[in-house]
Design a protein around this ligand. Sequence first.
Ligand SMILES: N[C@@H](CCC(=O)N[C@@H](CS)C(=O)NCC(=O)O)C(=O)O
Length: 219
Amino acid sequence: MKDLRLHNYWRSSASWRVRLGLNLKGLPFEYVAVHLLKDGGQQNSDAYRAVNPMRTVPTLEWTEADGTVRRLSQSLAILEFLQDHAPSPSLYPEDAYLRARARMLAEYVNSGMQPMQNLSVLQRIKAELNGDDKAWGAYWNTRGLEALEKMVQPTVGRFCVGDSVTLADVCLVPQLYGARRFALDLSPYPTLLRIEAACAEHPAFQASHPDRQPDATPG
Ligand SMILES: N[C@@H](CCC(=O)N[C@@H](CS)C(=O)NCC(=O)O)C(=O)O
């Protein structure tokens, strides 16, 4: 596995999850920017659809020793692959119950929140249904954050599950960043904010932060 290339977008939460995984595991990668808003969304171009027919970022691509190019999409599948490739530091707790809790919290974000406020969903709510896309996104974020604040309580330490970074933190922190774009009041989630602050001190979270990526634009 060499020449890792990550097709991603600075402000995409799912992209940030994979940048986090790569940084946490110390795996260098080439940053391939896919602008989700330019040119009608570069994720919709024929060139990118050949890379990822689902038209979403991230996609991780690499070259095997025999020259075969391989690709993976879906951030949680990519993270699991990275975990198998580079087991330390682990993103998954040893204990089976705690491991399942970390996955559960990650899925609150991955399947309960992010898909409901994905760009293409918001665009269709606005254009096709003449709906209030911002209120829609805010609703699903609020619902998910309320659940997360409650459901981290049994396992919380410095991070979501104990004192090591897990998959749950890797999903939570990018989602909180995204939630702020819906102008949500995050004060009802003090535990989540405390975890976010702990993560912000970690070099991998700093290096992978959207604002530090080459395609980041102000505003
Ligand atoms: N479950 C997928 C979600 C991927 C996804 O929806 N990515 C968003 C950005 S966070 C995207 O590419 N959206 C493009 C669009 O909606 O047109 C994953 O975890 O990778």
